[in-house]
Design a protein. Structure first.
Length: 464
């Protein structure tokens, strides 16, 4: 029978971590039964890993006087850890010192800077900042003389110290204001004038400008009378020296001859007066222009036509005025034109209407019907007719016929004789037409050609 309560139960002795612990929570561990394949998983006590903070980074919050912090992140989770960053305090940064403006003439002042990271300040001596005295407003002591510079004094702009120095170029120089003539001028040369200095006993003598007396021509020496060509003169001598001066007097009267110029259509008349002694002249006694033109100068003319009268232009002999004079009306200007033209041929007369008309007014002046002669015949090309070949014993012949190209009328007909083919004599005296007429050299050449042609023709006829 079954042995109740004989089952051994599982035996879990070799637990192995499942590797799932976290920083804060325990993981699990699993064991397989020592006698079967059943597995058991339980909490792995105290297996929580705890945080692993590494790679701390400064938080950049250090101040001049206090350390800042740094923060690290757990390598297994996102938890962070912040701690004090030892020795990270920055200390003050004093870089931009500004003068406090408290230097004096003899003592250096101070300069102050504010920390670039906080409101702390630092004040130090501003080396070499003492100002020294500033003497800018010098006032003359009014002790200069004519020849020597005086002095001038200034009070320091920042303290009560005073400075006195030479007033450069302050010497007054002499003041010569009241010049008195020395009475030594002549007619042509300036005299001198002298003044005493207003401040000392020095004197100055200079040229008395424009003090020359000039000549006094008050003594009359002699005179000459003048005429219309020569002025009269009077000679005077200076009352202070021997210089003389000639003064021209009035001119004499002219002896005038009068020449009258008559007025024209456009120009006034006048009288010209000319001196017979010196030829001096003047014009006077004007008279009014007549206003009457004299159209005697021919300028141009135009012939009259059948529609307009001709004109002639004349110019006044005394001015540029012109006058146009009408002439007679002209005749027609005849122009001839052929119309209805029928050209003549060699068989029919030609004809046309000859029309005369005025090319100016276009008036028809008459029409005449004209018959023209027939035209000459036009020679065509030479045509050979009535050809008779030469034989061995008889001469041949043919006719050269020329007819009109237009109407076909025969214009000429000429008979040409060719020698018998049996004759081979080259003697010019034996080669004739058989009628007692001697042939020319070109006629004999033509006859020879016909002889050749006739022979060839007979050969071809025999072959056929």
């Amino acid at each position: 029978r079954e042995d109740d309560e004989s089952a051994l139960g599982h035996s879990f002795t070799n637990y192995v971590s499942d590797g799932n612990a976290t920083c804060l929570d325990n993981g699990t561990e699993t064991a397989k039964c020592d006698r079967c394949d059943v597995k058991k998983t339980r909490e792995d006590d105290e297996s929580a890993l705890g945080h692993n903070f590494q790679n701390y980074v400064s938080d950049g919050n250090a101040t001049c006087t206090e350390d800042g912090t740094k923060t690290g992140t757990c390598t297994r989770c996102s938890t962070t850890d912040t701690v004090t960053e030892e020795n990270s305090k920055l200390g003050h940064s004093f870089t931009n010192y500004v003068s406090d403006g408290n230097a004096t003439c003899l003592e250096d002042g101070t300069k102050t800077a504010t920390c670039t990271r906080c409101i702390a300040t630092d004040t130090v001596t501003e080396e070499n900042s003492k100002l020294g005295h500033s003497f800018t407003s010098y006032v003359s002591n009014n002790d200069a003389t004519c020849l020597d510079n005086g002095t001038e004094t200034a009070k320091c702009d920042r303290c009560d110290v005073k400075d006195t120095r030479e007033d450069d170029e302050s010497a007054l120089g002499h003041s010569f204001t009241n010049y008195v003539s020395d009475g030594n001028a002549t007619c042509l040369a300036n005299g001198t004038e002298t003044a005493k200095c207003d401040r000392c006993d020095a004197k100055d003598t200079r040229e008395d400008n424009e003090s020359a007396l000039g000549h006094d021509f008050s003594v009359t020496v002699g005179s000459t009378a003048g005429d219309c060509q020569t002025l009269g003169t009077t000679t005077f001598r200076c009352s202070r020296c021997t210089e003389t001066k000639v003064v021209e007097g009035s001119i004499g009267m002219h002896d005038y001859d009068a020449v009258v110029t008559a007025p024209t259509c456009a120009q006034q008349g006048y009288t010209t007066y000319t001196c017979s002694i010196c030829s001096a002249s003047y014009v006077d006694d004007y008279t009014d222009a007549t206003g009457e033109h004299k159209f005697n100068v021919f300028v141009s003319s135009t012939a009259g036509t059948c529609l307009e009268v001709g004109t002639t232009i004349y110019k006044c002999e005394n001015c540029d005025a012109t006058n146009v004079v009408d002439g007679a009306i002209g005749g027609h200007t005849i122009t001839v034109e052929k119309i209805n033209v029928i050209e003549a041929t060699c068989t029919v007369n030609g004809e046309y209407d000859r029309v005369e008309f005025c090319s100016v007014c276009n008036t028809n002046l008459g029409t005449k019907h004209i018959i023209t002669n027939m035209a000459d015949h036009i020679s065509g090309e030479v045509v050979v007719e009535n050809e008779k070949p030469a034989t061995a014993t008889e001469n041949g012949s043919y006719e050269e016929v020329i007819c009109c190209e237009d109407c076909g009328k025969e214009l000429s007909r000429k008979t040409i004789v060719t020698p018998a083919t049996g004759s081979d004599s080259d003697d010019d005296s034996d080669l004739n037409t058989g009628s007692g007429i001697k042939l020319s050299w070109w006629e004999r050449f033509i006859a020879w050609l016909y002889k050749i042609f006739a022979t060839i023709k007979q050969l071809f006829t025999g072959m056929g």
